[in-house]
Design a protein around this ligand. Structure first.
Ligand code: FAD
Ligand code: SF4
Ligand code: SF4
Length: 345
């Protein structure tokens, strides 16, 4: 590795959190190396679609595109993509980090390491009763986002037709004792309702049913947005989480079994597509990295805050569920902490 990569700060993870932390440290005059294991920067949020309806619905996806452009124009920040950390030696602000890139192993020195390793969407097949991976017309919200972003339309996977009647099942992989994830993922109520509004705007004939336990607000104008959703005649709100999704092997149409609290009975409602609003879990690759750096996990299974003073920092969604806006705020405050730490040495 060349000397120009031996910067005082090494940021591991080039999602929105790592990118913003790098840009902020650069603005503070601190040289940074940013390491990303994938071929390009951006992380999970670089694949989200715009969820505007009549107006912008503040999903923050385009902010990620903007920051990606900003960092791509910033030649002063070393950006190593397709690279992974294989070893860490040293302590207390004097680290030697081994790196593998394109089959070659090299070494970097750093005074501070920021971990921004991010999250994975919950693997929806873990909730077998909803049939993801088995029933064709059960998709995740992430699948739906990618349909909209990369194909510009939504369709039923079984026949390519526009679904007329879609159910959104909330809290898939979160707030769920049966899988051991008791935390709220913070983002899925907001992203699902924004997706619904964007879909209703594009296809006014499509109706959506939002099946939920509680609605987690997100952002300053969320209540106005929620009121607009409630006034929309094409969106039904039902406070009930389904117990099972059934399908007809002939038509691939779906029935969703749920307890209707208003009618006081268990019903089966027909739909032609079901969207699972998956939550977030710590990124798989973050665990071996945590082991290399001696980091623990908190009660929710995300990265615990490291002991202060040894030059290791954790930022973004890998420290606990966050949307893009809160990940950006966290990354900026982490950059300020790193700056103070370097100045205080
Ligand atoms: C289904 C879903 C939908 C969402 N929709 C929205 C939305 O509409 N609006 C919103 O504001 N938020 C949304 N979120 C939340 C959003 O995804 C997060 O806020 C954001 O991705 C957090 O960014 P991050 O940089 O912390 O993590 P990530 O985006 O996960 O980025 C982490 C990066 O680190 C890299 N990395 C990991 N380990 C290593 C390693 N060992 N070495 C090198 N690189 C590594 C990864 O490859 C990745 O590029 C959604 C989340 C989910 C699960
Ligand atoms: S809806 Fe999201 S991606 Fe679209 S303009 Fe608004 S913030 Fe940007
Ligand atoms: S944000 Fe909403 S859907 Fe997601 S876990 Fe929290 S309450 Fe459930």
């Amino acid at each position: 590795m060349t000397d120009e990569n031996n910067h005082p700060v090494l940021i591991i993870g080039g999602g929105i959190s790592g990118i913003v932390c790098a840009l902020e440290l650069y603005r503070l005059g601190v040289p940074v190396t940013l390491i990303e294991k994938e071929a390009s920067l951006g992380g999970l949020a670089a694949r989200f679609c715009c969820k505007a309806s009549e107006a912008c619905n503040k999903c923050f996806a385009c902010v990620v595109d903007k920051k990606l452009k900003e960092i791509s124009e910033q030649s002063q920040i070393s950006q190593l993509t397709g690279a992974e950390i294989t070893g860490v030696a040293g302590d207390q602000g004097s680290y030697k980090v081994s790196l593998a890139k394109a089959g070659k192993v090299s070494e970097l020195e750093a005074a501070a390491i920021v971990v921004a390793a991010g999250i994975d969407p919950y693997e929806a097949s873990g909730k077998g009763e909803y049939g993801y991976g088995v029933i064709k017309n059960v998709v995740t919200a992430r699948d739906l986002e990618e349909m909209l972003r990369f194909q510009g339309k939504i369709y039923r996977p079984s026949d390519g037709k526009l679904p007329q009647n879609i159910a959104f099942i909330q809290c898939v992989g979160s707030r769920d004792e049966s899988i051991g994830n008791l935390y709220c993922s913070q983002v899925c109520c907001a992203y699902a309702l924004r997706l619904i509004r964007a879909i209703r705007h594009k296809y006014p004939e499509v109706n959506a049913t939002f099946l939920y336990m509680d609605i987690q607000p997100a952002g300053a104008s969320f209540h106005d947005f929620l009121n607009a959703c409630r006034e929309d005649k094409g969106i039904r709100f039902i406070r009930s989480l389904p117990s099972r999704v059934y399908h007809s092997p002939v038509t691939e149409d779906l029935r969703v079994r749920l307890a209707d609290t208003e009618r006081g009975e268990v019903v089966e409602e027909p739909f032609d597509m079901v969207v699972l609003s998956v939550g977030m879990v710590l990124k798989k690759e973050a665990k071996p990295l945590a082991n290399l750096l001696g980091l623990g996990l908190n009660e929710e299974g995300f990265l615990a805050s490291p002991a202060p003073g040894n030059g290791i920092f954790v930022t973004g969604a890998c420290a606990g569920p966050k949307d893009i806006d809160r990940s950006i705020t966290h990354a900026k405050s982490t950059a300020a902490l790193v700056h103070n730490y370097l100045n205080g040495r």
